[in-house]
Design a protein around this ligand. Structure first.
Ligand SMILES: C[S@@+](CC[C@H](N)C(=O)[O-])C[C@H]1O[C@@H](n2cnc3c(N)ncnc32)[C@H](O)[C@@H]1O
Length: 149
């Protein structure tokens, strides 16, 4: 194993978790900035060509973990690995954002769902490879269907 160190921090309009849209149909359109630390700037070379990025980050303000829990968008409990709960054994978040522009070490992005000053572990180009007809959405699809009834 290794000891993860942040490669940067998120600048987000969200200061508290209750400001972040949650639940079924929640839209994440907030703009923010991924501020990469200067010693990693060379790693951003050629990133401008990608429309979307995967951001791996730390749920640094989550407390402990829960292996089975009921998410805000359903009334049934699910295993943590079948949800996007912040309370995970390894508190790592993953968000796909749209890259709007780069200014040096600053990546201006849309679609953030993290709190301000969230540590960033990694950034990778998003390359969607699973065709929509092969995707199954498990309990979430059932919860969405129940909501529209
Ligand atoms: C449901 S999680 C999903 C996060 C990410 N898209 C994922 O799938 O891993 C998003 C929630 O995490 C919480 N959150 C965001 N930033 C956080 C942080 N730095 N520490 C702890 N919780 C955070 C907020 O309550 C937010 O609504």
């Amino acid at each position: 194993m290794f000891s993860p160190q942040p490669v940067g921090y998120v600048r987000s309009p969200y200061k508290k978790t209750d400001e972040i849209p949650k639940g079924l149909g929640a839209k994440h359109e907030a703009e923010g900035v991924l501020e990469i630390l200067p010693q990693f700037e060379a790693g951003l070379t050629d990133i401008e060509g990608f429309s979307h990025l995967i951001v791996l980050w730390v749920f640094d303000r989550a407390q402990g973990f829960e292996l089975v829990g009921t998410p805000p968008c359903d009334n049934r409990p699910h295993g943590v690995f079948a949800t996007r709960s912040p309370r995970r054994p390894n508190p790592i978040g993953l968000t796909v954002v749209e890259l709007l522009r780069r200014e040096g070490v600053l990546l201006h992005v849309r679609g953030i769902d993290m709190l301000d000053r969230t540590p960033i572990l990694d950034v990778k180009p998003y390359l969607s490879s699973v065709s929509p007809e092969l995707l199954r959405r498990g309990w979430l699809a059932e919860a969405e269907a129940a909501r529209v009834k």
